[in-house]
Design a protein around this ligand. Structure first.
Ligand code: NI
Length: 185
């Protein structure tokens, strides 16, 4: 198993739609395992393939308290949404430390395929309903901040870009290459 790199918002690759999975082979099983490991280590309750730079319709979810119920949904489709809506504070592994309230349908019914290609249905409410909708959104290229006002979204974008620049600066001062070039201490 391997931990995958999670793309950070506003990386344009997060805004592109994903393609359906057509081949259910060992490579898919490996990818799903790696996605699970990446999600647990992050830690997060859900991860979509485009977040690890794979533009395929695959999501992994675990909203259980014990974190021992990995759900894998391949080619997931929403079948129905409740009229009742609820507001949850959402976060995303591609937007570290950003949490904002989003209103969505309270219950959701989804159909998806497992790693062998078999179709199944899943109903969720509470956190699972939020998580399923949030992750399926990623497959359309939608991120939860797209539901916020443009002003709020821009503020978040600016903050994350600034953080990213600072992270890169830290990484370059720590890199051994710089010591070679600069030499003196
Ligand atoms: Ni997300």
């Amino acid at each position: 198993m391997a931990q995958l790199t999670i793309l950070r918002y506003p990386d344009p690759r997060l805004m592109k739609p994903s393609e359906p999975v057509e081949v259910f082979d060992d490579a898919l099983k490996k990818l799903v395992e790696d996605m699970g490991e990446t999600m647990y280590k992050a830690p997060g309750v859900g991860l979509a393939a485009p977040q690890v730079n794979v533009r395929r319709r695959i999501i992994v979810v675990d909203t259980s308290e014990k974190r021992d119920n990995l759900m894998v949904l391949i080619n997931p489709e929403i079948i129905s949404l409740s009229e009742e809506r609820k507001i949850y504070e959402e976060g995303c592994l591609s937007l570290p430390h950003i949490y904002e309230k989003v209103e969505r349908p309270a219950q959701v019914k989804v159909k998806a395929q497992d790693v062998h290609g078999n179709w199944f249905e899943l109903e969720g409410d509470g956190l699972l309903a939020v998580c399923l909708q949030h992750e399926i959104d990623h497959l359309k290229g939608t991120v939860f901040v797209d539901y916020l006002s443009p002003m709020k979204r821009n503020r978040i974008k600016t903050k994350l870009l600034k953080e990213e620049r600072e992270l890169k600066k830290v990484a370059s001062t720590k890199s051994p290459d710089r010591n070679k070039k600069g030499g003196k201490r």
